[in-house]
Ligand binder design. Structure first.
Ligand code: SF4
Length: 370
């Protein structure tokens, strides 16, 4: 018998990495550790005794700034106490790729556009995207809006239906799955709900600041570069997965195109990428045609073709100049968040000393001073 110890990190990693691993290795009678409110995602209901210490350490959800400390040992101890002869396993990255988990999917709930606002209780470049304004623009065009995810991350966002109103008590994921299954298009950041959308093959748009960001590592949390996982979403989604670059106008234009005039056709990208959309059999103006392969899509418009590649870009950010380093140092030394005793920033919550941070090509000041 195996006990799968709970994953308590980011939800996106749970969906894209941990669940596929569990579903491949699970045998009837094994014990699952995980959030019981996410039972719909697992092959068996998670044992709440293994989740209690996680809730106690992260009562408001996972926060990378709060160290797990003895949580892992606590979880092992609890598992050994209840299942002394079990084999304990915890997911860790090993470069292996597993198939999509065979989750039993609930009935779709029809809605035009599902949005997945994201707001974390720590400094993060994904916080603050103008979801409320986007929802208002969508509704003003007569499309219905559904909100996926959690109530706490969608405060003040107007909607026609909310995932948490479709959930039974103690369930925090079935409503989101129903909306994703019923949506004509879902708009997310590079986030856990984006991976869930790709798992259930909802036509999806994934937001990034600039073209190419979907293929890079971006500085999201407190100076830490994080690899974007658009390629993973694109590979899983058997229907349609495209990036959007920019803000509300670009997103509305992409939603409008996907809802009203975009069609996916089978075919080889190499065979069609140099040709005009008008040569596609059955094409009618002003249709946009998409050909998709696991690692790229070709978007064919009257205005020209756009190849959406997902292979990583290895352009590296430029290190700061000596003047920029001096400017950063001066900002920190005069900042009330600066802790001279250990040369650290009280706002960052990370272990880097300021002497290192100010030289980093990817670090930023979480207070916005540099
Ligand atoms: S908040 Fe910004 S300026 Fe202040 S110590 Fe931290 S990194 Fe330096």
């Amino acid at each position: 018998m195996t006990v799968f110890l709970p994953w308590f990190g980011h939800f996106g990693d749970l969906v894209r990495d941990v669940l596929p691993w569990i579903w491949v290795h699970y045998q009837p009678g094994d014990i699952i550790g995980g959030n019981p409110a996410h039972a719909a995602l697992y092959p068996a209901v998670p044992d709440s005794r293994l989740w209690a210490p996680v809730m106690s350490r992260y009562p408001d959800g996972y926060d990378y700034g709060i160290r797990p400390d003895v949580l892992i040992e606590d979880l092992r101890h609890i598992a050994q106490e209840h299942w002394p002869r079990a084999n304990l396993r915890a997911w860790e990255p090993n470069g292996e790729s597993y198939p999509k988990p065979a989750i039993a999917l609930p009935e779709p709930y029809p809605v035009d556009v599902v949005l997945a606002p994201r707001a974390k209780p720590y400094a993060d470049a994904k916080n603050g995207w103008p979801w409320a304004a986007l929802a208002a623009e969508i509704q003003a065009r007569g499309w219905t809006v559904g909100l996926a995810g959690s109530r706490a991350e969608s405060v003040d966002v107007s909607a026609d239906v909310r995932a948490w109103d479709l959930d039974a008590i103690g369930d925090a994921v079935t409503g989101t799955l129903r909306l994703l299954r019923g949506a004509r298009v879902v708009v997310t950041l590079d986030s856990g709900i984006g991976h869930l959308a790709s798992l259930v093959d909802t036509p999806q748009l994934v937001l990034y600041p600039q073209r190419g960001d979907e293929r890079r590592s971006l500085v999201l949390r407190d100076g830490m570069p994080v690899t974007m996982r658009f390629a993973d979403m694109h590979r899983w989604n058997q229907r349609l997965c495209l990036p959007v670059w920019g803000g509300i106008p670009e997103t509305i234009a992409a939603i409008e195109e996907m809802l009203t005039r975009m069609r996916v056709v089978p075919g080889s990208i190499d065979a069609w990428k140099g040709r005009s959309v008008s040569s596609i059999p059955g094409w009618t103006k002003p249709e946009t045609i998409v050909l998709r392969e696991p690692d790229r899509s070709l978007v064919m418009r009257e205005t020209g073709n756009d190849l959406i590649d997902t292979a990583p870009l290895d352009d590296r950010p430029t290190p700061p100049t000596a003047e920029e380093i001096d400017r950063r140092r001066a900002s920190c030394l005069t900042c009330d968040r600066y802790r001279p005793g250990n040369d650290q920033c009280a706002l960052c919550g990370c272990g880097f000393v300021i002497a290192e941070r100010i030289r980093s090509p990817v670090a930023r000041c979480p207070g916005g001073r540099w």
